[in-house]
Design a protein around this ligand. Sequence first.
Ligand SMILES: *[C@@H]1O[C@H](CO)[C@@H](O)[C@H](O)[C@H]1NC(C)=O
Ligand SMILES: *[C@@H]1O[C@H](CO)[C@@H](O)[C@H](O)[C@H]1NC(C)=O
Ligand SMILES: *[C@@H]1O[C@H](CO)[C@@H](O)[C@H](O)[C@H]1NC(C)=O
Ligand SMILES: *[C@@H]1O[C@H](CO)[C@@H](O)[C@H](O)[C@H]1NC(C)=O
Ligand SMILES: *[C@@H]1O[C@H](CO)[C@@H](O)[C@H](O)[C@H]1NC(C)=O
Ligand SMILES: *[C@@H]1O[C@H](CO)[C@@H](O)[C@H](O)[C@H]1NC(C)=O
Length: 258
Amino acid sequence: MRTTSFFVLVVASVIISVLALPSATRPKSFVLIGDSTTANGTTPNSGGWGNGFCGSTITGNIASVAAGTPCINTAHNGATTGSFVADGFFNISLAAIASEVAKGRRTLVTIQFGHNDMKIAPPESMGANMTAMIGQIRSIGGEPVLVTSLTRRTFFANGTIQDALGPWADETIQISQQQKTHLLDLHAASIKYVEAIGPDAAHALNRLPDDDTHLNVNGTTVFGRMVADLMTQSFPLELPIIPNPPLTFNITHGIPSF
Ligand SMILES: *[C@@H]1O[C@H](CO)[C@@H](O)[C@H](O)[C@H]1NC(C)=O
Ligand SMILES: *[C@@H]1O[C@H](CO)[C@@H](O)[C@H](O)[C@H]1NC(C)=O
Ligand SMILES: *[C@@H]1O[C@H](CO)[C@@H](O)[C@H](O)[C@H]1NC(C)=O
Ligand SMILES: *[C@@H]1O[C@H](CO)[C@@H](O)[C@H](O)[C@H]1NC(C)=O
Ligand SMILES: *[C@@H]1O[C@H](CO)[C@@H](O)[C@H](O)[C@H]1NC(C)=O
Ligand SMILES: *[C@@H]1O[C@H](CO)[C@@H](O)[C@H](O)[C@H]1NC(C)=O
């Protein structure tokens, strides 16, 4: 065998073995994109599920993702899909994604908007902006995962959720289908859970007593776990997510943990 063809063979087999590396063993990273309902919460108008998902030494949350798995929360309070890009936060996300991809890590990027988009434009505007984000994330090797909006914990007297976010959740679902991304239906799962535990237990998760949107440390623990479980369901056996069977049991059985 000539040296060059042997070299080609070696290179080819290395490439094939890298490609054949089961995705379960390839190291993973998470990057989170969204508004305050994802963002880490250290000020009154903030506090989303990100801290409970990634873990936070500030709020004292234990992480849902395994130790040694980068989990970079780039979500920003008050953001719409438009302002997130215009204010430069999306560039920060893209830099984080590029950096994780460069380390050879499979980089999953959650995108959750709606809470602020609904105040300024119809759902299709958010959808178009999400589609653009998906394209840019994929172009640098990231893997977008769409997440429908965490519900607000505002109830009608009959105990059902007063849901204004539905059309934005539906738009997110539609974009995930069009763009063939994974989808975590946090909107549906969070409505089901808070309706099951009822207003008092749901409001115990509020960042401030009359703030039905943002989460305190117990809220981020619960909804961070909910997202982690939705992620595990969407990517069975593929991701370094630590199970928490007692908390998952409470969530799936409509039992308040706090
Ligand atoms: C919260 O977000 C800020 C701004 O992105 C970041 O500097 C900080 O490290 C984050 N804190 C935690 C606990 O994740
Ligand atoms: C979507 O982005 C455009 C700019 O590209 C902006 O004008 C529009 O307001 C954004 N929509 C939302 C809901 O943020
Ligand atoms: C984001 O980065 C792109 C490419 O470098 C640049 O053109 C754009 O102006 C940046 N956006 C903001 C808001 O800084
Ligand atoms: C609960 O009340 C709201 C507001 O009045 C109403 O729209 C909804 O249909 C009711 N749901 C049930 C299950 O009774
Ligand atoms: C589950 O709910 C029960 C009843 O409220 C509570 O005592 C327990 O601490 C919860 N478990 C977890 C892991 O949150
Ligand atoms: C979280 O739950 C624990 C246990 O029930 C409770 O002691 C604590 O006060 C709660 N934290 C907040 C911020 O409500």
